[in-house]
Design a protein around this ligand. Structure first.
Ligand code: ATP
Ligand code: MG
Length: 253
């Protein structure tokens, strides 16, 4: 039996713009399992980012419930949500959002200091270990503007990992990268998942989606299907791409 680390019950999110209601997420019932690499796909505007924000405590639903483990999180106060984001959740965006006047090392360690759970020496040791495993240790003192896009994104992943999140969220983490840098980030996420990290990623890219254990399809704010895959192996990539593409086509992708 897989352990559920995140669950929604009848999650709805609406926005009111110019007096008109826009129902972006409609009755989402979803479970995310520990140690899974889960991917969300769906056309532009289907509500993927909105779903990630509502699952990660960056936004709150209009109605319905969200549970992180057994703890209900959709009704938390802003300071409790901020704590949840710092302690339980890591988030990687398409644009890396590194702090431009802090070094790569300072960017990675900062959420560790803010969380104030581990001693500074432990945070610095962890940051260096993450940087080493991601091949960016030599860039410790550089500013984000002095490293490549792929290196910035690796630093953003390291920053998201520093507090050992229960779940790592990624919203199109390869979207702003060329294909070589994109592949490096995908390999990094796959390696993290092999070491037990649970990941929930939104992507438009089949090459990214084939890394998943499970793909969920979102259409116009509703979950309309999912597919379970074998654990990713590089030598099965072409077959997986065909399998995923056929499934996506059947979903109207
Ligand atoms: N803050 C907001 N206020 C009003 N409408 C919003 C807001 N955020 C998102 N929306 C609307 O919600 C819908 C879903 O947006 P969302 O960003 O979740 O889509 P997406 O699936 O992530 O798309 P993309 O693949 O282009 O990133 C869109 O119609 C969008 O215009
Ligand atoms: Mg989006």
């Amino acid at each position: 039996m897989k352990e559920t680390i995140l669950q929604t019950k009848a999650l709805c999110k609406s926005y009111t713009t110019d007096g008109e209601q826009n129902h972006v997420l409609k009755n989402i019932n979803l479970e995310i399992y520990k140690s899974d690499f889960t991917v969300i796909m769906g056309s532009s505007g289907s509500g993927k980012s909105t779903l990630l924000y509502n699952l990660s405590g960056m936004d709150t639903p209009t109605s319905g419930e969200v549970y992180c483990g057994t703890r209900r999180i959709d009704n938390l106060k802003e300071n409790q949500l901020a704590k949840l984001r710092r302690t339980e959740i890591g988030f990687v965006f398409q644009q890396m959002h590194l702090v431009s006047n802090l070094s790569i090392f300072e960017n990675i360690t900062m959420p560790g200091y803010l969380m104030n759970k581990f001693p500074a020496r432990e945070i610095e040791r962890k940051a260096l270990a993450l940087m080493e495993s991601m091949g960016i240790k030599e860039l410790k003192y550089r500013l984000p503007s002095q490293v490549s896009g792929g290196q910035q994104q690796r630093a953003a992943v390291a920053r998201a990992m520093i507090n050992e999140p229960v779940l790592l969220f990624a919203d199109e983490p390869t979207g702003a990268l060329n294909s070589k840098m994109g592949r490096e980030i995908l390999k990094l996420l796959t390696d993290l998942n092999r070491n037990g990290q649970s990941i929930l990623m939104v992507t438009h890219d089949i090459k990214a989606a084939v890394r998943a254990d499970r793909i969920i399809y979102l259409h116009d704010g509703q979950l309309t299907g999912e597919i379970q895959l074998e654990k990713y192996m590089p030598d099965t990539e072409n077959d997986r791409e065909r399998q995923v593409l056929a499934w996506l086509t059947s979903k109207g992708w």
